[in-house]
Design a protein. Structure first.
Length: 174
């Protein structure tokens, strides 16, 4: 390999790494904006609270479990989910537009859980958001998970995801 071709390879690598980082920054910023709008809508209904230990979550008097209106309000993401944390520490999808993807099923993945100990689960339990491209039921999504707090404790999470449209990004299962 000549010095010129080696330099070209290094420059190409650096440019691709930089453009991937910019793409991640762009999609994370977009998803954060989507969740900001959605969260503002939900908070306008009242403060979040886990109504019972079984996993019913409400914002004020608006129960989120099974509530498609609360799920689809104030954002334009391809898919979204509201999770509730159960006593075992699982994040359970109590309302979602994410399909289970088994066969040709478009049934929503209500009742399924976030991967225990995975990167999103770990970030949420630490009280922080997580943004990455993840695979959910066989489909890749640029994704953002944001914790929901009640009384200083994480009681759930908001999730939005978009199918990547103009780039290849590595993904992790969630």
């Amino acid at each position: 390999m000549t010095a010129k071709s080696a330099l070209s390879a290094v420059v190409a690598f650096l440019l691709s790494a930089t453009s991937s980082a910019w793409a991640a920054t762009d999609y994370c910023a977009n998803l954060n904006s989507q969740v900001d709008s959605w969260e503002a809508y939900l908070l306008s209904q009242g403060a979040p609270q886990r109504v019972d230990a079984a996993g019913v979550l409400a914002f004020g008097n608006t129960v989120t479990n099974g509530n498609d209106r609360a799920l689809r309000a104030a954002h334009k993401a391809d898919v979204s989910t509201i999770f509730v944390v159960n006593p075992a520490g699982d994040f359970i999808r109590v309302v979602t537009s994410v399909p289970v993807g088994v066969g040709r099923s478009r049934q929503p993945a209500v009742g399924t859980t976030l991967t225990y100990g995975g990167p999103a689960w770990t970030a949420l339990n630490a009280g922080t958001s997580y943004c990455a491209t993840v695979t959910l039921f066989g489909t890749n999504y640029d994704s953002l998970y944001r914790p929901i707090f009640a009384g200083g404790v994480v009681v759930g999470a908001l999730y939005v995801g978009n199918i990547p449209r103009r780039r290849n990004a590595p993904s992790s299962p969630q």
